[in-house]
Design a protein around this ligand. Structure first.
Ligand code: GUN
Length: 287
């Protein structure tokens, strides 16, 4: 049976580092995080609630902006512009997915890159690609924190990522390459995914396709990181990996829920605090 890697422990470690540093740095200013949700997608609402709870826990100011489903691009850009100017707000997160009539790229580019907690702005993404990792997207960062927590050195490892998205697969590939791992990125148009995933020392899947990864996809004694999270019709939460099949073949595996999710939220706190520390003290916060 594989070791189950529980994200809560890792998330607590990250949040505690932030809290400790905040207590040490004597300032009356409080880090501020704002989220913007367009529409009322139920999963997005749950994610925002978790971000609010984590902000409270670490002692951040949290502002939630809700725009109706039919809000225009102009209205959304107006709300972002207000947050860009708001001195109480250090981090701005535009909850994705956005309604189809909204241009996601235009929206991402309108966030002040120095407040871009998601690390999605091309300036931050370019820095990540370059190896200047300052504001790194939270989910890829969470995967990296899990790998570091397991004391795995990425140098020379075969890492297979099932996702070529701008938000997860591409930046995660860059983080692995920055640490001299070898990367194979596969996606829905890759023929015979299984032939490639079987080569992985570390397999990371982020498709949102329930139980896509069966035991035949997995190399014995590999590390499996499951980024997928889907609510099924019966209300249960399920990941990309068929946990029951894979647990007897892998060396270690993250569960869903309780794996990558809590670490991602903790990384959002970390990025918000990084921005705050840079702005208020001119210092980099590294943990
Ligand atoms: N929706 C699901 N995950 C994320 C995320 O990490 N950032 C944003 N902005 N939206 C999301």
């Amino acid at each position: 049976m594989a070791k189950v890697i529980y994200g809560k422990v890792i998330a607590e470690g990250i949040k505690n580092s932030v809290k400790k540093d905040m207590q040490r740095s004597k300032t009356s200013r409080i880090p501020g995080l704002a989220t913007v949700l367009v529409g009322d997608d139920s999963a997005s609402k749950i994610y925002i609630k978790k971000k609010n709870e984590a902000s409270k826990e670490v002692g951040f100011h949290f502002q939630k902006i809700l725009l109706p489903q039919e809000a225009t691009q102009r209205e959304l850009l107006g709300a972002i512009e207000e947050l860009n100017k708001n001195e109480k707000i250090n981090g701005i997160l535009i909850q994705l997915p956005l309604p189809l009539h909204i241009d996601e790229k235009k929206t991402i580019c309108s966030v002040d890159p120095s407040k871009d907690v998601d690390g999605f702005h091309p300036l931050n993404m370019g820095n990540t690609l370059m190896g200047n990792e300052h504001l790194v997207p939270c989910t890829p960062l969470a995967v990296l924190k899990i790998i570091e927590h397991e004391k795995i050195d990425l140098k020379g490892k075969n890492v297979v990522i099932v996702s070529h998205s701008y938000h997860i697969g591409k930046p995660l590939g860059a983080l692995v390459l920055n640490r001299n791992g070898s990367v194979i990125i596969v996606h829905e148009y890759t023929p015979n995914i299984q032939a490639l995933t079987k080569e992985a020392d570390i397999l990371i899947s982020a498709t949102g396709v329930p139980r896509l990864i069966k035991k035949e996809f997995v190399r014995r004694n590999s590390i499996i990181i499951d980024v997928g999270i889907v609510k099924q019709r019966d209300g249960s939460i399920c990941g990309d990996v068929d946990f029951n099949q894979v647990k007897n073949k892998a060396k270690a595996i993250t569960p869903v829920p309780g794996g990558v999710g809590p670490v991602t939220v903790a990384c959002l706190m970390l990025n918000t605090y990084k921005i705050f520390k840079k702005e208020v003290f001119g210092q980099d916060f590294v943990i």
